[in-house]
Design a protein around this ligand. Structure first.
Ligand SMILES: CC(C)(COP(=O)(O)OP(=O)(O)OC[C@H]1O[C@@H](n2cnc3c(N)ncnc32)[C@H](O)[C@@H]1OP(=O)(O)O)[C@@H](O)C(=O)NCCC(=O)NCCS
Length: 135
């Protein structure tokens, strides 16, 4: 059974670390404003397998640190979680949603109506592009 619900910031850390930056110390995946964020988790039979973190700035919502445990990737869980995020953004009347997308994930995000901007940067050897969607 799949359940998506809000989780505490602290409960995102293990998945963020294991999936995104396993070779860095765990502190590397802690965001300074994590306690101001809204964090959603997707549970498969009560096991947390996918996480995403939302941060608000006026009418704009940024999602960050989106990660699915490797063994559970490619099964649609990330898409379900992101769909939940977009439904949330719509319900809360946000005007815009955006993320710093890893360049290899842009096609994935385009399916959700996000479009690449011309703003790109490199961090930790990974190229990112800012992607946005207006509501
Ligand atoms: C990005 C990430 C969170 C996506 O999570 P996921 O659970 O694998 O997502 P999904 O399974 O919904 O989609 C992944 C792919 O599987 C495909 N897929 C496979 N089976 C699927 C199914 N049953 N239903 C839907 N999609 C399915 C999707 O179309 C998608 O294809 P694509 O990669 O070619 O775009 C995950 O790949 C991840 O954690 N990556 C490492 C960290 C990272 O890069 N985070 C994002 C930073 S921008």
């Amino acid at each position: 059974m799949i359940v998506i619900k809000p989780i505490k910031a602290i409960n995102t850390i293990a998945i963020r670390h294991e999936v995104m930056w396993p070779n860095k110390p765990q502190a590397y995946v802690v965001l300074p404003n994590d306690n101001e964020g809204l964090h959603f988790g997707l549970f498969l039979n009560q096991t947390l397998v996918s996480v995403v973190s939302l941060f608000t700035e006026e009418n704009t919502l940024q999602f960050r640190k989106f990660a699915t445990l490797q063994a559970h990737q490619g099964k649609g869980y990330g898409s379900q979680l992101l769909t939940h995020v977009f439904e949330y953004a719509n319900k809360k009347h946000y005007k815009k949603i955006w993320c710093n997308a890893r360049k290899d994930k842009t096609t994935f995000y385009e399916r959700f109506g996000l479009k690449e901007t011309s703003e790109t940067f490199v961090k930790g050897g990974i190229t990112y592009v800012i992607m946005t969607r207006n509501f």
